[in-house]
Design a protein around this ligand. Structure first.
Ligand SMILES: Nc1ncnc2c1ncn2[C@@H]1O[C@H](COP(=O)(O)OP(=O)(O)OP(=O)(O)O)[C@@H](O)[C@H]1O
Length: 481
C-alpha cells in the first residue's frame, strides 16, 4: 500500500506547478493530510480555508489523489484541523467524493461565508448533475469540469474583451445568424478565455444542445487511451455526436503529430453544417509556427478574436463584482488600489482579492485601504516601480479619467486643471525634485505655477475631507508601487 504522506507529497508537488507561487504558499502549503480507511482527510487551518480550497482546488486535488493513490483512495474530505479546538465538530466537514456527488454540509460560523458556502454547495451539485447528464451520452472521464461560475452574467466586459464576449454571446444564442466557425480566441493567460468558452457551453446546456469541452492535454490523453485500447473510432464517434466542440489551449497540440492529425479530421466535421467549433490559444494563429500551414490557415477560417489585459476601470469592476458574489463589500479606493497593483492578469487579481478577504477573516479587521495595503504588501513589493513624475501623472490621470496629455497640456477647465495640480503636489511630496524641475517636467511651466498648485491642494485638503481622502489614496497607491 502507498503511504499517505507520499501520496499527499506527490499531490502537493504537482499542485505547486499548477498554481501561482503565492497561491501555493498561502493556501496549499498550510494543508496537511491523513488517511482513514479509503478516505483522505485534508486538514485546513480554519473554515475560510476549507471553503476556499473546496471552491478552488478540491477538484484538482481529487484528480491528483486518484492518480497518486492508484485508486486506493475513494474519497477526499476537507475539514478544519480541530487539533487546537476542544470539540470535534464534524458539522464543519466538507466532502467531495472522487466519483460520486458532493455532500454539502453546514456552514462556517461567520455569516458572510455562509452565503459563499451555500452557493458553492449548490453550484457543485449543479455541476455534478451536468456531469452526470453528459456522462450518459459520452465518456465522463473525458469531460473537463464546467465551472458553474463561468457564465456570461459574471463576465465583466470592457474594451479589452468586448469583441470576444460578443462573438461568444452570439454563439450562445440558439438561432444566431452571426455565427463564425471556428471561433478562435487568443490572449495571454488568465484573461477570461476559458470563462467565455464555458459561458457558451452553459448556454448550450440551457438550450438542450450537447457539447464537449476539452483542454488539449485531456484531448491528447483521451486519444492516447483510445488508441491503446483500439477505441479510437468509438471516441471520435462520440465526439461527432455533439453540437459544439471546444478545445482549450490548442497550442499544446503543437508537435503532437498523431493527435493533431486526428484533431483535423474532427475540425472538418465541426466547421460544417450546424455544428460549431471554438478554440483558444495563447497566441494568434499566424504566430503558431510550430504548426504547419494546414492548421494555421484552418484556425483562421472563421473569426479570430483577442482578449487583452483589462483596463483599470474593468479591473475595478471585476473586483467589485467578485466581492459582491462573495457577499462582501469592497470600498472603491480598495478596489482601485488592488487594480492599480495587479495589472495584467485577472487570475492574479482574484488571488489578491482572496488574500484580502482571508486576511480580513483571520484578523477580524475591517476592509480599509490601509488594511488592503498591509494584506498585499508582498505583492506590492514585487511590483518594483519607482515613484517618478511620469508615473505620478499616469496614476493621477487614470484616477480622474483624464489623459496624461491633458495633464501636460494647457487646458484650464477644472476637470483637468485640478488633477494637474494634484499631480504637481504629489510630485513635490513624493519625489526629491525641486519646484523648477517639476514645472519643467509638467510641460515647461514656471516654478511659481507649481508652488501655487501645492498651496491650492493644501488648502483644498484642509477644506474638503473627500478631496483629502482622494489625495491620500493617490499617495498610498504611488508609494505602494
Ligand atoms: N472579464 C472578466 N470578468 C470576470 N472574471 C474574469 C474576467 N476575465 C477573467 N476572469 C476570471 O479570471 C480567472 C481566469 O480566467 P480564465 O481561466 O478564463 O483565463 P484564461 O484566459 O483561460 O487563462 P489560461 O490561458 O491560463 O487558461 C477566472 O476566474 C475568470 O472568471
Amino acid at each position: 500500500m502507498i503511504d499517505t504522506a507520499s501520496i499527499w507529497d506527490k499531490c502537493l508537488n504537482d499542485l505547486r506547478y499548477n498554481v501561482k507561487d503565492n497561491v501555493f504558499t498561502m493556501w496549499l502549503r498550510p494543508l496537511s493530510a491523513h488517511q482513514e480507511a479509503q478516505t483522505l482527510i485534508i486538514l485546513a487551518p480554519n473554515d475560510y480555508f476549507v471553503t476556499y480550497i473546496k471552491k478552488n482546488h478540491l477538484q484538482d486535488i481529487q484528480q491528483l489523489v486518484a492518480k497518486h493513490s492508484q485508486g486506493s483512495i475513494e474519497e477526499v474530505i476537507v475539514r478544519v484541523d480541530n487539533a487546537d479546538r476542544d470539540t470535534d465538530d464534524s458539522s464543519q466537514t466538507q466532502s467531495g467524493s472522487l466519483f460520486a456527488e458532493d455532500k454539502p454540509s453546514p456552514t462556517p460560523t461567520d455569516h458572510k461565508f455562509e452565503s459563499i458556502h451555500h452557493n458553492n454547495a449548490k453550484a457543485d451539485i449543479d455541476a455534478n448533475m451536468r456531469h452526470a447528464e453528459l456522462a450518459d451520452s459520452a465518456d465522463a472521464k473525458s469531460l473537463s469540469y464546467l465551472n458553474p461560475d463561468f457564465t456570461f452574467e459574471t463576465f465583466v466586459t470592457g474594451k479589452s474583451n468586448n469583441l470576444a464576449y460578443k462573438a461568444c454571446y452570439e454563439l450562445g444564442k440558439r438561432q444566431s445568424k452571426n455565427r463564425h466557425n471556428p471561433l478562435f480566441i487568443y490572449g495571454p493567460s488568465g484573461l477570461g478565455k476559458t470563462h467565455l468558452m464555458h459561458s457558451v457551453a452553459h448556454r448550450y446546456l440551457k438550450n438542450n444542445q450537447s457539447f464537449y469541452y476539452f483542454t488539449s492535454e485531456k484531448f491528447i490523453n483521451q486519444l492516447v487511451y483510445s488508441l491503446r485500447n483500439n477505441k479510437i473510432e468509438d471516441f471520435k464517434k462520440k465526439i461527432k455526436k455533439v453540437d459544439l466542440l471546444i478545445v482549450d489551449d490548442i497550442h499544446v497540440l503543437a508537435g503532437k503529430t498523431k493527435s493533431s492529425n486526428e484533431f483535423l479530421t474532427l475540425f472538418a466535421d465541426f466547421t460544417s453544417g450546424d455544428k460549431q467549433l471554438i478554440l483558444a490559444s495563447d497566441r494568434h494563429p499566424s504566430q503558431m509556427t510550430e504548426f504547419d500551414e494546414r492548421f494555421r490557415s484552418r484556425f483562421s477560417w472563421g473569426l479570430t478574436v483577442a482578449v487583452d489585459p483589462p483596463e483599470i476601470d474593468t479591473r475595478v469592476q471585476i473586483l467589485q463584482k467578485k466581492a459582491a458574489s462573495y457577499g462582501m463589500t469592497l470600498p472603491k479606493e480598495c478596489a482601485l488600489f488592488i487594480a492599480q497593483n495587479v495589472v495584467s492578469n485577472v487570475r492574479r487579481l482574484e488571488g489578491a482579492l482572496n488574500q484580502v478577504f482571508a486576511n480580513a477573516n483571520l484578523t477580524g479587521a475591517q476592509i480599509t485601504l490601509e488594511m488592503v495595503q498591509y494584506a498585499l504588501k508582498d505583492i506590492v513589493a514585487m511590483r518594483v516601480q519607482a515613484v517618478n513624475m511620469d508615473n505620478i501623472r499616469k496614476v493621477v490621470a487614470e484616477y480622474y479619467d483624464v489623459t496624461v496629455k491633458d495633464i501636460l497640456g494647457r487646458k484650464r477647465t477644472r476637470s483637468i486643471a485640478r488633477p494637474r495640480q494634484i499631480a504637481m503636489a504629489l510630485s513635490r511630496e513624493l519625489t526629491s525634485d525641486s519646484f523648477p524641475e517639476i514645472g519643467q517636467s509638467f510641460g515647461g511651466r514656471d516654478h511659481t505655477t507649481v508652488m501655487h498648485a501645492c498651496d491650492k491642494v493644501n488648502e483644498l485638503r484642509g477644506a474638503d475631507p473627500a478631496f483629502d481622502k482622494d489625495y491620500k489614496t493617490l499617495a498610498l497607491m504611488l508609494q505602494a508601487g
